[in-house]
Design a protein around this ligand. Structure first.
Ligand code: ADP
Length: 581
C-alpha cells in the first residue's frame, strides 16, 4: 500500500472504473432474467411481440457495453500503476544500495543484490498491480452480486455462503506457508544468480583454468534446491486447489437442492436462472479471492527481501557535522591517529592495530611493506570506504567522517586496478563531477586536457580515432592496463584534490607503461600543491617521497629500528626492517 500511495489519484480513478465495471457485470444476470421474464410472461398471456422484450434486452446490451468499457479503462490504469510502482521500487532500492557502507558489499554477493533488484522487484510490482486490480474487482463484484442475490432470496444467499469460513481458514494457513516458501525459493534463485554473475564476470579466468564444469555444477546445485522448493509448493498447491475448487461446488449442490425444493413450491424460471448465474459469479469470486490471497502471500515473501534492503540503515554514517568546508580552506594534512581496524567480513581479525601516521600538507608519503600488511587498508580508511573501530582518520585535524559530500573533491584516489566505465574517455575523466562543475563544458575543457597531460595520458588519447570522445568499452576493456591507469590518474586530478591517494598504481603494468605512469606520479609529487599518499612496493616509485612508512604485521618487524627521514626533518620517522629500505 505504501508503494502505491504516491499514485493514489490514479488508483482512485481505477477504483471508480472498477466499481462501474463490477456493477455493470452484476446487472447482467438481472437484465437476462428480466428479458426471459418478459418473453415467458408475453407467451403465457398470448401477447408476445418483439417490442415486449426489446426494452430489457437493450438494458442487457447497455450493461454489457458499460462493463466492457469500464473494465478496459480499469485494466489500463492498473498497468500504468504497476509500471510506476516497479520504477519507484527499483529506484528506492538502488538509492538505498548506493548509500550502504562498502563493508556490506564485502559480505553480500553481487548476484544476490541484482536478483533482488530484478526478480524480486518485478514480482512485487507485478503482484501489487495485478492483485490490487483483481482483489478490488473481486470484492466489488462480490458485494454487488451479494446485493442482487439478497434481493432475490435471503435463504438461498445464506446457503451459498455456507463454505466461506472453511475457505478463509484454509487460504490463510496455506498463504502463510506460501510466503515462507517463496522467501526460500527466491533466496535459492539469488544464490544461483550469484554463481552465474561471478562466473560470467570472470569468464577469462574460468576459461583459463577450465572452470566451466565446476561453475555449471555449482549453478546446477543451486537450481536443484530451487526446484525442490518449487516441487514442495506444487504439492501443497495440489491439495489446496482441490479443496478450494471442491467447496464451492459443494455449496452449489446445496443451493441447487434448495432451489429444486423451491421450484416445487412454484419458484419462477427467470428467477431460478438469475440465481444460478449469480451463483456462478459468486463461485468465480471465491476462487479468485483464494488465489489472490496465496499470490499476495508469495509476493510478500519477495517484498520482505526487497524492503529489508530498501530500509536498511548503513552501518557507517557520514556525519557532515559542520556542513561543507570550502575547498580553498582545506590544506590537506592527513593523519591516522591510533587507528585499529578489521574488515566486516572478518571482524575477528585485526588488520591495523593502534596505527598512527601523518602526512603534512603538500608533502608525499610512501607506504611500503610486505603484501597483506595493511597499506591499501590505510588508503581505504582515508577514502572513507570504511570507518576505523578505534582511533581517528583526520583531514586537517578533523575526522574525515564529518566532512560533507565534497569530500570526494578534496581527496581523490587511483586504485590498484582502476575501473573505467563504458563511456567516452572524457566522461570517464569527468566521472562523478556535478553538472555545474567548471570542468564540465560543452567543448573539451582545458581542465580535462591539463589533467590528462599531468597524468601522461594526453598523447595517447590524441592518437585515438575519436580522441577524448573515444569509447573505452565496458570496464575499459578496449584500453591497455597502463592507459587505464593514466586515465584513472587524470580522473583523480581533474578534481584538483588536496589529497591524492595512489594505491600501487604501477603494480600491474609492463615496463613501458610503468615508466609512463611513474613519470605521471613524479610529476605530481614534484608539484607540492597537493598531499600525495603512495602505496608501492617498488623503490623507484617511492624514491621521491618525503617520508616512508613501513606498514607490516607485528611479526614482520623482527628488527625494529628508527630512522629519521632526511627530507622531512620534522621528527617523523620510519620504523622498519624491510629489506628495500
Ligand atoms: P596491503 O595493501 O599491504 O597488501 P591490504 O590492506 O590489502 O594489504 O590487506 C591487509 C589485510 O586485510 C590482508 O590480510 C587482507 O587479506 C585483508 N583484506 C583486505 N581487504 C579485505 C576485505 N575487503 N575484506 C576482508 N579482508 C580484507
Amino acid at each position: 500500500m505504501a508503494l502505491l500511495w504516491p499514485d493514489r489519484a490514479l488508483l482512485g480513478m481505477a477504483l471508480c472504473f472498477l466499481v462501474g465495471a463490477a456493477v455493470s457485470q452484476a446487472f447482467l444476470p438481472h437484465c437476462l432474467s428480466e428479458t426471459l421474464k418478459a418473453i415467458i410472461d408475453g407467451q403465457a398471456s398470448g401477447q408476445l411481440a418483439v417490442s415486449t422484450f426489446t426494452g430489457p434486452l437493450s438494458n442487457l446490451l447497455l450493461a454489457a457495453i458499460a462493463g466492457a468499457f469500464f473494465s478496459s479503462l480499469r485494466g489500463a490504469c492498473f498497468i500504468i500503476i504497476g509500471a510506476r510502482a516497479s520504477v519507484r521500487l527499483r529506484r528506492q532500492l538502488l538509492e538505498s544500495l548506493l548509500k550502504q557502507e562498502v563493508g556490506f558489499f564485502d559480505t553480500t554477493k553481487t548476484g544476490e543484490i541484482t536478483s533482488r533488484l530484478t526478480q524480486d522487484c518485478q514480482r512485487v510490482a507485478d503482484q501489487v498491480s495485478f492483485n490490487v486490480n483483481f482483489f478490488s474487482r473481486t470484492v466489488v463484484e462480490l458485494v454487488a452480486t451479494l446485493c442482487f442475490m439478497l434481493s432475490y432470496s435471503t435463504e438461498l444467499t445464506m446457503i451459498s455462503f455456507a463454505t466461506v469460513p472453511l475457505v478463509a481458514v484454509l487460504s490463510n494457513r496455506v498463504g502463510h506457508y506460501m510466503q515462507k516458501l517463496s522467501e526460500e525459493t527466491q533466496q535459492k534463485l539469488a544464490d544461483a544468480n550469484a554463481v552465474a554473475e561471478e562466473a560470467l564476470s570472470s569468464i577469462a579466468t574460468v576459461r583459463t583454468f577450465g572452470g566451466q564444469i565446476y561453475e555449471q555444477r555449482r549453478f546446477q546445485e543451486n537450481l536443484q534446491k530451487f526446484y525442490h522448493l518449487e516441487s514442495r509448493r506444487a504439492k501443497v498447491y495440489i491439495g489446496y486447489l482441490f479443496v478450494i475448487m471442491m467447496l464451492p461446488h459443494l455449496s452449489n449442490c446445496l443451493v441447487l437442492f434448495q432451489i429444486g425444493r423451491l421450484c416445487v413450491q412454484g419458484l419462477s424460471a427467470p428467477v431460478l436462472l438469475a440465481f444460478v448465474f449469480y451463483l456462478q459469479t459468486l463461485n468465480g469470486c471465491f476462487n479468485s479471492l483464494a488465489d489472490i490471497y496465496t499470490n499476495i502471500m508469495q509476493a510478500l515473501g519477495s517484498a520482505t527481501r526487497v524492503f529489508e534492503l530498501v530500509h536498511r540503515t548503513p552501518r557507517q554514517q557520514l556525519q557532515n557535522l559542520g556542513g561543507e568546508i570550502p575547498k580553498e580552506l582545506v590544506r590537506g594534512h592527513i593523519e591516522l591517529k591510533d587507528v585499529s581496524f578489521s574488515y566486516p567480513a572478518h571482524p575477528e581479525r585485526l588488520v591495523l592495530q593502534n596505527l598512527s601516521l601523518e602526512c603534512p600538507p603538500g608533502k608525499a608519503i610512501a607506504l611500503v611493506g610486505p603484501s597483506g600488511g595493511g597499506k591499501s587498508t590505510c588508503v581505504a580508511l582515508i577514502q572513507r570506504l570504511y570507518g576505523p573501530h578505534q582511533g581517528h582518520v583526520l583531514l586537517d585535524q578533523r575526522d574525515v567522517l564529518e566532512y560533507g559530500e565534497n569530500y570526494t573533491e578534496l581527496v581523490s584516489a587511483v586504485s590498484q586496478e582502476p575501473l573505467l566505465f563504458g563511456c567516452s574517455i572524457r566522461e570517464n575523466i569527468l566521472y562523478g563531477l556535478p553538472d555545474d562543475h567548471p570542468a564540465r563544458t560543452d567543448a573539451l575543457s582545458p581542465d580535462v586536457v591539463s589533467a590528462a597531460c599531468l597524468a601522461n595520458a594526453h598523447h595517447f588519447i590524441q592518437q585515438m580515432a575519436d580522441g577524448y570522445d573515444s569509447c573505452v568499452g565496458e570496464r575499459g576493456v578496449q584500453l591497455s592496463g597502463g592507459q587505464k591507469q593514466r586515465i584513472a590518474i587524470a580522473r583523480a586530478l581533474v578534481r584538483k584534490p588536496q589529497v591524492l591517494l595512489l594505491d600501487e598504481a604501477t603494480s600491474a603494468l609492463d615496463a613501458e607503461s610503468e615508466l609512463q605512469v611513474q613519470m605521471a606520479i613524479n610529476n605530481l609529487v614534484a608539484h607540492h600543491d597537493m598531499t600525495v599518499v603512495i602505496v608501492a612496493h617498488r623503490l623507484s616509485t617511492v624514491k621521491k617521497a618525503d617520508v616512508i612508512y613501513v606498514i607490516a604485521p607485528r611479526r614482520e618487524l623482527v628488527r625494529p629500528s628508527l630512522r629519521r627521514n632526511r627530507n622531512m626533518g620534522s621528527g617523523r620517522f620510519v620504523r622498519g626492517s624491510w629489506p628495500y629500505y
